[in-house]
Design a binder for this molecule. Structure first.
Ligand code: ASP
Ligand code: MG
Length: 425
């Protein structure tokens, strides 16, 4: 049986990181591996800038050249002298440059995918080339022929039946014996052969797609953390690793905002009962986190998820009428049109409250709501979710905080909180 490994941007951000990837792979003596790779380092962010500039008719050249130079710097450090891999990477950048010299179409999402996908394309070329140079049985794959999607650019949806056929055919055509396929995460293609992307941070999801199609034995996501932790170390001093959790728990944690795994990753793996391992590429000997169907250990360690920079908006009909289905339908339509995602909601007789990430669309939303509703809002709030809470964990997050809104279920406590200011009671 084969396994799937996924390496994200941080694990391939420079030449020494890529050498480390090769070492992690070499730990498997006789590999049957599919390796999914992201764009190197922050390449996707840089290519996004190129894409936006291109579509808006602004200068893209400097950002483009910076991305090209960064990849050639890595190549120069990986290989003693220019070889065929340099040529391949060069050709890719030339293709992208040709594209950028043409006039953009009116569809900015389409243009985005055609441009940003190059990050994964050149990353996989370099990694496949390096593994080959290390004597590993590596095969370069191209997701632009394997992962079939619809044409919903930037959030493309997978056509599972066609994708499964394409990927199985490709895998079965490989020679017997040890093999490593290196393929891009994040990208796919339409039936008309246009490149698509699956949404930011989508490479984890790609790993799950390949695993589902090839009935993999397991998926391992290699990260710069020792596994899934019970809180983000950015907000908490003494975090602990979650050694073993269920698919359900992992899904809940990512839904509430834990960023370790892309939320879409879990479903395909759960559906085929394929274990997901989160491991440290810095120290592969650390046991990491195992995510399986077993729910028996979910309750053992409480987890904390923080979302900062939240706005709590309370919406009240101006004419003192109840908030009923018709209002809610119109409200949801407005949220969805403006692309404002609701992190938490609650309603009472006269008001409907939501907690959302702050940003320009929210201010627009508030303006529009004010036509029909009395709107109050508090910004600079935090939304904290505690899974498997108890009084100790609540006390821990409420030090010097005040609570504006609270929701409890048996396993989950969610609170909108902010810093305690004596004059703001
Ligand atoms: N490179 C893409 C991104 O940065 C996909 C990924 O890394 O998962 O969003
Ligand atoms: Mg990533």
């Amino acid at each position: 049986m084969m396994k799937v490994f996924k390496f994200g941007g941080a694990s391939v951000k420079d030449a020494s990181a890529i050498k480390n990837v090769a070492n992690v792979i070499k730990r498997d003596a006789s590999p049957q591996l599919l390796v999914v790779v992201s764009a190197m380092g922050k390449t996707t962010n840089h290519l996004e800038k190129v894409a936006f500039a291109y579509c808006e008719g602004r200068a893209w050249r400097d950002d483009f050249e910076a991305v090209r130079a960064y990849h050639f710097e890595i190549l120069t450090q990986l290989f003693p002298s220019p070889n065929w891999i340099f040529q391949e990477v060069s050709r890719s950048f030339e293709k992208l440059e040709q594209k950028l010299k043409q006039r953009p179409s009116a569809n900015a999402h389409y243009e985005y995918d055609q441009i940003v996908s190059y990050g994964e394309v050149v990353s996989s070329l370099i990694i496949d080339g390096f593994l080959k140079s290390e004597g590993l049985p590596s095969h370069g794959w191209d997701a632009r022929f394997l992962v079939r999607t619809n044409a919903l650019y930037r959030e493309a949806q997978v056509d599972w039946t066609t994708t499964e056929q394409l990927i199985q055919r490709e895998w079965n055509a490989l020679p017997e014996g040890p093999k490593i396929c290196v393929c891009q995460g994040f990208i796919g293609h339409t039936a008309e052969n246009a490149t698509t992307t699956l949404g930011r941070e989508g490479s984890d999801y790609s790993a799950a797609i390949f695993a589902w199609c090839l009935q993999a034995e397991s998926v391992t996501i290699w990260k710069d953390v020792p596994g899934m932790l019970n809180a983000d170390p950015k907000w908490f001093d003494d975090t602990v690793r979650l050694p073993k959790i269920s698919y359900k728990e992992a899904l809940e944690l990512s839904y509430y905002g834990a960023t370790v795994i892309h939320p879409k990753t879990i479903k395909p793996l759960q559906n085929k009962n394929i274990p997901l391992y989160v491991r440290s590429f810095i120290d592969p000997s650390i046991p990491g986190t195992d995510i399986t169907a077993d729910t028996s250990q979910d309750h053992l360690i409480p987890s904390f998820i923080f979302k900062v920079n939240q706005v709590l908006i309370s919406i009240v009909p101006k004419d003192f009428s109840f908030v009923v289905e018709e209002n809610l339908r119109d409200l949801f339509a407005l949220f969805s049109t403006l692309g404002v995602k609701i992190n938490l909601m609650q309603n009472s007789a006269l008001d409907f409250s939501v907690c959302v990430d702050d940003g320009p669309p929210v201010r627009q939303l508030i303006d529009q709501l004010r036509n029909q509703y009395a709107v109050r809002f508090n910004d600079k709030q935090e939304l904290v979710t505690i899974r498997h809470y108890n009084q100790d964990t609540i006390n821990r997050v409420l030090v010097n905080k005040r609570v504006l809104l609270e929701q409890r279920t048996r396993q989950t406590l969610r609170m909108v909180i902010s810093d305690w200011q004596p004059d703001a009671q």
